[in-house]
Design a protein around this ligand. Sequence first.
Ligand code: BDP
Length: 327
Amino acid sequence: MISRRLLLGSGALAAVGAGTALAQANGGVVTAVDVHPTDYPTVEAVRWMGAEIERETDGRISFRLYPSGQLGSETDTVNLARYGVIDIARVYLGAVNNMFPATRPLALPYTFRDEAHMRNVCDGAIGREILASFQRRGLVGLAFYDSGLRSMYNVRRPIVTPADMRGLKVRVPRADIFMEMLDAMGANATPIPFGEVFTGLQTHLIDAAENNWATYQSTRQYEVARFWSETKHCCAPEALLMSKARLDAFSPADRELILAKATESVAVMRGLWDTKQTAAKQTVLDAGIAANEVDIDAFKRAVEPMRRRYLAEPDIAAALRRIDDHD
Ligand code: BDP
């Protein structure tokens, strides 16, 4: 087993990378990390992928999963994958926005009309081009997974317009777009790691956070932040990334198998996601949280200046036009 300390110690890091790369030339163990717990749809989908590959290779290649953020923050794990210390990192898009600018249009607020639109775009040429852009820095974009729609939740009051956000300390993932988005909505954007959000809400270090139904439920943050307000401000997909060096160490046939099973795992993930999202929503509503609709147009107006700043970049403007035109 790889321990986090071993991975993050600089000398050890190179040693683990070199050792495992050699072991893997003809097979071996593929390590995959995620911040979510073992029964979350992203983790289940990667487990499915591993089981399929293990079966097809008669056990020559198997997967070892490190869920629940055991190997560090998502930014850490992206870098661990780039250097071939781990093989697969499943991360949210914000974690790669700065390093891979082509991903930014997908993470901007209100880029997608709904979840179906996001799925269509990710399945089409735009999705394939963005996945290909990961190759420039040592990664292979295996697939996009669902992450639903992110909305706001807080410990104080229902939020209906951006005016209700004033003075709220809202936890955001450590990513420029998320910080700028929440500031534009009038909140005090406070970046803290995913694993610290529950305690942050409980101790009033923060008043609010934003995420999808599944995460709101699985992290039990709904037990402390009882007001859910449907801003639906972000529909960015999750990214499933693999170390390019590690993928290249496999034979062409094994590489093809890994890529094909990753693509097939998208449909598996979506089935799991739809079930999880519906069940999570029901669980939190049954637990008595107060959910309300918001003035979405007012939120769109609030983030428009921030979106415009990004639209000033010709590549982003072109990508957003293509996404808008997509069915
Ligand atoms: C969840 C993503 C996870 C992120 C988390 C966050 O699945 O990858 O780490 O949001 O807000 O929806 O940090």
